[in-house]
Design a protein around this ligand. Structure first.
Ligand SMILES: O=C(O)C(=O)C[C@]1(C(=O)O)C=C[C@@H](O)C=C1
Length: 355
Protein backbone atom coordinates (compact mmCIF):
# COMPACT_ATOMS: atom_id res chain seq x y z
CA UNK A 1 0.00 0.00 0.00
CA UNK A 2 1.38 3.42 -0.93
CA UNK A 3 2.08 5.93 1.85
CA UNK A 4 -0.47 8.33 0.39
CA UNK A 5 -3.24 5.68 0.35
CA UNK A 6 -2.43 4.61 3.93
CA UNK A 7 -2.42 8.18 5.10
CA UNK A 8 -5.84 8.90 3.49
CA UNK A 9 -7.33 5.75 5.03
CA UNK A 10 -5.92 6.59 8.47
CA UNK A 11 -7.59 9.99 8.21
CA UNK A 12 -10.89 8.38 7.16
CA UNK A 13 -10.70 6.03 10.19
CA UNK A 14 -10.16 8.99 12.51
CA UNK A 15 -13.05 10.95 10.91
CA UNK A 16 -15.35 7.88 11.12
CA UNK A 17 -14.69 7.66 14.87
CA UNK A 18 -15.65 11.30 15.28
CA UNK A 19 -18.75 10.80 13.09
CA UNK A 20 -19.79 7.78 15.13
CA UNK A 21 -19.54 9.74 18.39
CA UNK A 22 -21.42 12.67 16.92
CA UNK A 23 -24.19 10.55 15.38
CA UNK A 24 -24.70 8.75 18.68
CA UNK A 25 -24.81 12.07 20.55
CA UNK A 26 -27.46 13.21 18.02
CA UNK A 27 -29.41 9.97 18.50
CA UNK A 28 -29.37 10.39 22.29
CA UNK A 29 -30.89 13.88 21.89
CA UNK A 30 -33.58 12.55 19.54
CA UNK A 31 -34.45 9.90 22.11
CA UNK A 32 -34.74 12.64 24.75
CA UNK A 33 -37.06 14.63 22.44
CA UNK A 34 -39.08 11.44 21.89
CA UNK A 35 -39.73 11.16 25.62
CA UNK A 36 -41.03 14.77 25.62
CA UNK A 37 -43.53 14.03 22.85
CA UNK A 38 -45.73 11.82 25.02
CA UNK A 39 -48.76 10.72 22.98
CA UNK A 40 -48.00 13.21 20.16
CA UNK A 41 -46.68 12.10 16.75
CA UNK A 42 -43.01 11.09 16.58
CA UNK A 43 -42.55 11.98 12.92
CA UNK A 44 -42.38 15.77 12.44
CA UNK A 45 -42.21 16.44 8.69
CA UNK A 46 -41.87 20.21 9.23
CA UNK A 47 -38.78 19.76 11.42
CA UNK A 48 -37.21 17.22 9.06
CA UNK A 49 -37.74 19.60 6.12
CA UNK A 50 -36.10 22.43 8.12
CA UNK A 51 -33.11 20.21 9.02
CA UNK A 52 -32.59 19.24 5.36
CA UNK A 53 -33.06 22.78 3.97
CA UNK A 54 -30.56 24.18 6.49
CA UNK A 55 -27.96 21.53 5.62
CA UNK A 56 -28.46 22.08 1.88
CA UNK A 57 -27.80 25.79 2.36
CA UNK A 58 -24.59 24.99 4.25
CA UNK A 59 -23.39 22.24 1.91
CA UNK A 60 -20.19 23.19 0.07
CA UNK A 61 -19.59 19.75 -1.51
CA UNK A 62 -18.09 17.66 -2.93
CA UNK A 63 -21.25 15.73 -1.89
CA UNK A 64 -24.29 16.60 -4.06
CA UNK A 65 -27.55 17.96 -2.65
CA UNK A 66 -29.15 14.54 -3.38
CA UNK A 67 -26.38 12.73 -1.47
CA UNK A 68 -26.65 15.07 1.53
CA UNK A 69 -30.45 14.68 1.76
CA UNK A 70 -30.20 10.91 1.38
CA UNK A 71 -27.57 10.62 4.16
CA UNK A 72 -29.43 12.87 6.58
CA UNK A 73 -32.82 11.27 5.85
CA UNK A 74 -31.24 7.99 6.85
CA UNK A 75 -29.72 9.54 10.00
CA UNK A 76 -33.11 11.00 11.01
CA UNK A 77 -34.85 7.71 10.22
CA UNK A 78 -32.53 5.88 12.61
CA UNK A 79 -32.93 8.58 15.28
CA UNK A 80 -36.72 8.39 14.87
CA UNK A 81 -36.63 4.60 15.27
CA UNK A 82 -35.16 5.10 18.78
CA UNK A 83 -38.28 7.11 19.63
CA UNK A 84 -40.71 4.61 18.06
CA UNK A 85 -40.93 2.50 14.90
CA UNK A 86 -43.38 3.82 12.31
CA UNK A 87 -45.51 1.59 10.10
CA UNK A 88 -45.83 3.04 6.57
CA UNK A 89 -48.50 1.77 4.14
CA UNK A 90 -48.00 2.06 0.37
CA UNK A 91 -49.19 0.50 -2.87
CA UNK A 92 -47.26 -2.77 -3.01
CA UNK A 93 -45.95 -5.32 -3.58
CA UNK A 94 -42.22 -4.76 -3.05
CA UNK A 95 -40.57 -3.05 -6.01
CA UNK A 96 -43.23 -0.42 -6.81
CA UNK A 97 -42.44 3.27 -7.27
CA UNK A 98 -44.70 3.88 -4.25
CA UNK A 99 -42.30 1.81 -2.14
CA UNK A 100 -39.38 3.82 -3.56
CA UNK A 101 -41.16 7.09 -2.72
CA UNK A 102 -41.91 5.93 0.84
CA UNK A 103 -38.28 4.86 1.29
CA UNK A 104 -37.09 8.23 0.05
CA UNK A 105 -39.30 10.28 2.37
CA UNK A 106 -38.77 8.20 5.52
CA UNK A 107 -35.06 7.44 4.89
CA UNK A 108 -35.78 3.68 4.91
CA UNK A 109 -38.77 1.73 6.18
CA UNK A 110 -38.47 -0.19 9.45
CA UNK A 111 -42.06 -1.45 9.32
CA UNK A 112 -43.30 -1.44 5.67
CA UNK A 113 -46.97 -2.26 4.98
CA UNK A 114 -47.41 -3.03 1.26
CA UNK A 115 -51.11 -2.92 0.27
CA UNK A 116 -52.94 -4.35 -2.73
CA UNK A 117 -54.74 -1.13 -3.75
CA UNK A 118 -54.83 2.62 -3.10
CA UNK A 119 -58.13 2.08 -1.23
CA UNK A 120 -56.38 -0.40 1.04
CA UNK A 121 -53.55 2.09 1.75
CA UNK A 122 -56.09 4.68 2.99
CA UNK A 123 -58.03 2.04 4.96
CA UNK A 124 -54.88 0.71 6.62
CA UNK A 125 -54.09 4.11 8.17
CA UNK A 126 -57.70 5.06 8.88
CA UNK A 127 -58.15 1.84 10.85
CA UNK A 128 -54.90 2.31 12.81
CA UNK A 129 -53.09 -0.58 11.08
CA UNK A 130 -50.32 1.80 9.98
CA UNK A 131 -49.12 5.27 11.01
CA UNK A 132 -48.61 6.81 7.55
CA UNK A 133 -49.91 6.31 4.01
CA UNK A 134 -47.96 7.05 0.82
CA UNK A 135 -50.12 7.34 -2.32
CA UNK A 136 -49.43 8.56 -5.89
CA UNK A 137 -51.41 11.69 -6.77
CA UNK A 138 -50.16 12.90 -10.16
CA UNK A 139 -47.67 12.18 -12.90
CA UNK A 140 -46.06 14.77 -15.16
CA UNK A 141 -47.00 12.77 -18.31
CA UNK A 142 -50.27 11.04 -17.39
CA UNK A 143 -51.86 13.60 -15.05
CA UNK A 144 -53.93 12.96 -11.94
CA UNK A 145 -54.39 9.63 -10.20
CA UNK A 146 -58.20 9.67 -10.05
CA UNK A 147 -58.65 7.08 -7.31
CA UNK A 148 -56.42 9.03 -4.90
CA UNK A 149 -58.36 12.25 -5.58
CA UNK A 150 -61.68 10.47 -5.01
CA UNK A 151 -60.51 8.98 -1.72
CA UNK A 152 -59.22 12.40 -0.55
CA UNK A 153 -62.78 13.75 -0.73
CA UNK A 154 -64.02 11.42 2.03
CA UNK A 155 -60.98 10.55 4.15
CA UNK A 156 -60.47 11.88 7.68
CA UNK A 157 -56.68 11.75 7.17
CA UNK A 158 -54.58 14.89 6.64
CA UNK A 159 -51.93 15.39 3.97
CA UNK A 160 -48.69 15.81 5.92
CA UNK A 161 -46.09 15.68 3.14
CA UNK A 162 -45.37 15.44 -0.57
CA UNK A 163 -42.68 13.45 -2.37
CA UNK A 164 -41.50 14.00 -5.93
CA UNK A 165 -39.87 10.98 -7.53
CA UNK A 166 -38.22 10.93 -10.97
CA UNK A 167 -39.68 7.84 -12.65
CA UNK A 168 -37.54 5.88 -15.10
CA UNK A 169 -39.00 2.75 -16.68
CA UNK A 170 -37.17 -0.35 -17.91
CA UNK A 171 -38.30 -3.15 -20.22
CA UNK A 172 -37.80 -6.43 -18.36
CA UNK A 173 -37.82 -10.07 -19.41
CA UNK A 174 -37.07 -13.51 -17.97
CA UNK A 175 -33.36 -14.40 -18.08
CA UNK A 176 -34.16 -17.37 -20.37
CA UNK A 177 -36.72 -15.50 -22.50
CA UNK A 178 -35.97 -15.13 -26.19
CA UNK A 179 -37.92 -15.16 -29.42
CA UNK A 180 -41.38 -13.75 -29.91
CA UNK A 181 -42.79 -11.19 -27.44
CA UNK A 182 -46.57 -11.62 -27.26
CA UNK A 183 -47.53 -9.44 -24.28
CA UNK A 184 -46.29 -6.39 -22.40
CA UNK A 185 -47.48 -6.09 -18.80
CA UNK A 186 -47.55 -2.87 -16.81
CA UNK A 187 -49.74 -0.53 -14.78
CA UNK A 188 -52.01 1.56 -17.04
CA UNK A 189 -50.20 4.78 -15.99
CA UNK A 190 -46.82 3.33 -17.00
CA UNK A 191 -48.16 1.99 -20.32
CA UNK A 192 -49.31 5.58 -20.94
CA UNK A 193 -45.94 7.04 -19.95
CA UNK A 194 -44.17 4.72 -22.47
CA UNK A 195 -46.84 4.95 -25.19
CA UNK A 196 -44.61 6.36 -27.98
CA UNK A 197 -41.73 4.03 -27.20
CA UNK A 198 -44.08 1.03 -27.33
CA UNK A 199 -45.59 2.17 -30.65
CA UNK A 200 -42.12 2.45 -32.12
CA UNK A 201 -40.53 -0.71 -30.68
CA UNK A 202 -43.35 -3.14 -29.81
CA UNK A 203 -46.08 -1.86 -32.14
CA UNK A 204 -48.19 -5.00 -32.63
CA UNK A 205 -47.74 -6.43 -29.14
CA UNK A 206 -50.74 -6.72 -26.78
CA UNK A 207 -50.58 -4.31 -23.80
CA UNK A 208 -51.98 -5.81 -20.59
CA UNK A 209 -52.60 -3.48 -17.66
CA UNK A 210 -51.85 -4.78 -14.15
CA UNK A 211 -52.49 -3.61 -10.59
CA UNK A 212 -48.90 -2.40 -10.19
CA UNK A 213 -45.58 -2.47 -12.06
CA UNK A 214 -44.21 -4.92 -9.54
CA UNK A 215 -47.11 -7.27 -10.31
CA UNK A 216 -46.28 -6.85 -14.01
CA UNK A 217 -42.68 -7.91 -13.30
CA UNK A 218 -43.92 -10.91 -11.32
CA UNK A 219 -46.17 -11.98 -14.24
CA UNK A 220 -43.33 -11.55 -16.76
CA UNK A 221 -41.15 -13.75 -14.55
CA UNK A 222 -43.67 -16.58 -15.10
CA UNK A 223 -44.32 -16.00 -18.82
CA UNK A 224 -41.56 -16.67 -21.41
CA UNK A 225 -43.49 -14.76 -24.11
CA UNK A 226 -44.00 -11.61 -22.02
CA UNK A 227 -42.08 -8.50 -21.04
CA UNK A 228 -42.88 -6.01 -18.28
CA UNK A 229 -42.41 -2.27 -17.85
CA UNK A 230 -41.17 -1.69 -14.32
CA UNK A 231 -38.27 -0.28 -12.28
CA UNK A 232 -34.66 -1.47 -11.99
CA UNK A 233 -35.47 -2.49 -8.44
CA UNK A 234 -38.28 -4.77 -9.73
CA UNK A 235 -35.71 -6.37 -12.09
CA UNK A 236 -33.54 -7.21 -9.05
CA UNK A 237 -36.43 -8.51 -6.96
CA UNK A 238 -37.87 -10.76 -9.68
CA UNK A 239 -34.50 -11.70 -11.20
CA UNK A 240 -35.27 -10.30 -14.66
CA UNK A 241 -33.00 -9.06 -17.45
CA UNK A 242 -33.15 -5.37 -18.37
CA UNK A 243 -33.71 -5.24 -22.16
CA UNK A 244 -33.97 -1.43 -22.33
CA UNK A 245 -33.64 1.45 -19.85
CA UNK A 246 -35.31 4.89 -19.67
CA UNK A 247 -38.10 3.98 -22.07
CA UNK A 248 -40.46 6.71 -20.75
CA UNK A 249 -41.49 9.17 -23.48
CA UNK A 250 -40.54 12.17 -21.34
CA UNK A 251 -37.06 11.90 -19.78
CA UNK A 252 -38.23 14.34 -17.07
CA UNK A 253 -41.09 12.01 -16.10
CA UNK A 254 -41.89 12.69 -12.41
CA UNK A 255 -44.55 11.28 -10.09
CA UNK A 256 -45.79 13.21 -7.08
CA UNK A 257 -46.89 11.27 -4.01
CA UNK A 258 -48.71 12.39 -0.86
CA UNK A 259 -48.03 11.32 2.71
CA UNK A 260 -51.18 11.05 4.85
CA UNK A 261 -51.74 10.59 8.56
CA UNK A 262 -54.30 11.38 11.27
CA UNK A 263 -52.08 14.31 12.42
CA UNK A 264 -51.78 17.87 11.16
CA UNK A 265 -48.35 19.45 10.56
CA UNK A 266 -46.98 22.72 11.95
CA UNK A 267 -45.57 25.36 9.55
CA UNK A 268 -42.04 24.70 8.25
CA UNK A 269 -41.45 28.10 6.63
CA UNK A 270 -41.99 26.82 3.07
CA UNK A 271 -45.32 25.04 2.85
CA UNK A 272 -48.17 24.14 0.56
CA UNK A 273 -51.87 23.73 1.37
CA UNK A 274 -54.17 21.38 -0.55
CA UNK A 275 -57.86 22.26 -0.74
CA UNK A 276 -60.99 20.52 -1.94
CA UNK A 277 -63.54 23.00 -3.30
CA UNK A 278 -66.98 22.95 -4.89
CA UNK A 279 -68.77 25.93 -6.42
CA UNK A 280 -72.35 27.01 -5.81
CA UNK A 281 -74.68 26.26 -8.72
CA UNK A 282 -74.91 29.88 -9.98
CA UNK A 283 -73.34 31.62 -13.03
CA UNK A 284 -69.73 32.73 -12.50
CA UNK A 285 -69.37 30.68 -9.31
CA UNK A 286 -66.13 28.95 -10.36
CA UNK A 287 -64.45 32.26 -11.17
CA UNK A 288 -65.55 33.69 -7.82
CA UNK A 289 -63.77 30.79 -6.07
CA UNK A 290 -60.45 32.17 -7.28
CA UNK A 291 -61.09 35.80 -6.32
CA UNK A 292 -60.21 35.58 -2.58
CA UNK A 293 -56.91 33.85 -3.43
CA UNK A 294 -56.01 36.57 -5.97
CA UNK A 295 -57.06 39.38 -3.59
CA UNK A 296 -54.75 38.13 -0.85
CA UNK A 297 -51.85 37.46 -3.25
CA UNK A 298 -51.96 33.69 -2.65
CA UNK A 299 -50.15 31.72 -5.37
CA UNK A 300 -51.94 28.70 -6.77
CA UNK A 301 -49.71 25.79 -7.88
CA UNK A 302 -52.43 23.39 -9.03
CA UNK A 303 -56.08 23.48 -10.14
CA UNK A 304 -57.64 20.16 -11.06
CA UNK A 305 -61.31 19.39 -11.65
CA UNK A 306 -62.91 16.01 -11.04
CA UNK A 307 -66.51 14.88 -11.53
CA UNK A 308 -68.33 15.00 -8.21
CA UNK A 309 -69.98 11.72 -7.26
CA UNK A 310 -73.08 13.68 -6.23
CA UNK A 311 -74.59 14.77 -9.56
CA UNK A 312 -74.07 14.59 -13.33
CA UNK A 313 -71.92 17.45 -14.71
CA UNK A 314 -71.09 18.61 -11.21
CA UNK A 315 -67.46 18.99 -10.35
CA UNK A 316 -65.17 19.32 -7.35
CA UNK A 317 -61.83 21.11 -7.57
CA UNK A 318 -58.47 20.16 -6.11
CA UNK A 319 -56.46 23.30 -5.54
CA UNK A 320 -52.92 23.63 -4.16
CA UNK A 321 -51.75 26.99 -2.84
CA UNK A 322 -48.45 28.22 -1.46
CA UNK A 323 -48.34 28.74 2.32
CA UNK A 324 -49.68 27.14 5.51
CA UNK A 325 -53.31 27.44 6.61
CA UNK A 326 -52.07 28.95 9.90
CA UNK A 327 -50.40 31.89 8.05
CA UNK A 328 -52.69 34.90 8.76
CA UNK A 329 -52.85 35.83 5.04
CA UNK A 330 -53.85 32.29 4.03
CA UNK A 331 -56.32 32.02 6.93
CA UNK A 332 -58.04 35.25 5.72
CA UNK A 333 -58.21 34.04 2.12
CA UNK A 334 -59.65 30.69 3.25
CA UNK A 335 -62.25 32.39 5.42
CA UNK A 336 -63.45 34.45 2.43
CA UNK A 337 -63.30 31.42 0.15
CA UNK A 338 -65.54 29.51 2.55
CA UNK A 339 -68.21 32.24 2.18
CA UNK A 340 -68.45 31.81 -1.62
CA UNK A 341 -67.85 28.05 -2.00
CA UNK A 342 -70.47 25.35 -1.49
CA UNK A 343 -67.71 23.15 -0.06
CA UNK A 344 -64.25 23.87 1.35
CA UNK A 345 -62.17 21.14 2.94
CA UNK A 346 -58.56 21.81 3.90
CA UNK A 347 -56.88 18.51 2.99
CA UNK A 348 -53.67 19.54 4.74
CA UNK A 349 -50.77 21.97 4.99
CA UNK A 350 -47.34 20.40 4.61
CA UNK A 351 -43.71 21.20 3.71
CA UNK A 352 -42.88 21.65 0.03
CA UNK A 353 -40.85 18.59 -1.06
CA UNK A 354 -37.11 18.91 -0.36
CA UNK A 355 -35.50 17.54 -3.55
O1 LIG B 1 -36.96 17.21 16.41
C1 LIG B 1 -37.64 16.20 16.68
O2 LIG B 1 -38.85 16.28 16.95
C2 LIG B 1 -37.02 14.87 16.67
O3 LIG B 1 -37.65 13.93 17.11
C3 LIG B 1 -35.68 14.68 16.06
C4 LIG B 1 -35.74 14.28 14.60
C5 LIG B 1 -34.28 14.25 14.06
O4 LIG B 1 -33.70 13.19 14.03
O5 LIG B 1 -33.79 15.35 13.75
C6 LIG B 1 -36.36 12.93 14.48
C7 LIG B 1 -37.69 12.77 14.17
C8 LIG B 1 -38.58 13.85 13.79
O6 LIG B 1 -39.34 13.51 12.69
C9 LIG B 1 -37.86 15.12 13.56
C10 LIG B 1 -36.54 15.28 13.84
Amino acid sequence: MSDILKNCRDQIDAIDEQLLKLINARAALAREIGALKGEGPIYRPEREAQVLRRLLEKNTGPLSAEAVTSIFRSVMSNCRALERELAVAFLGPQGTFSEEAANKQFGGLSSPKPCISIDEVFRMVESGGADYAVVPVENSTEGAVGRTLDLLTTTSLHICGEITLPVHHCLLRRQDGNGEIRRVYSHAQSLGQCHEWLNLNLGGVERVSTGSNAQAAELAAQDPFAVAIASKRAAEIFDLTILAENIEDDPKNVTRFLVLSPHEVEPSGKDKTSLLLAAKNVPGAVVSLLAPLAQHGVDMTKFESRPSKLGIWEYVFFVDIEGHYQDPRIAKALYELEQCASLLKVLGSYPVAVI
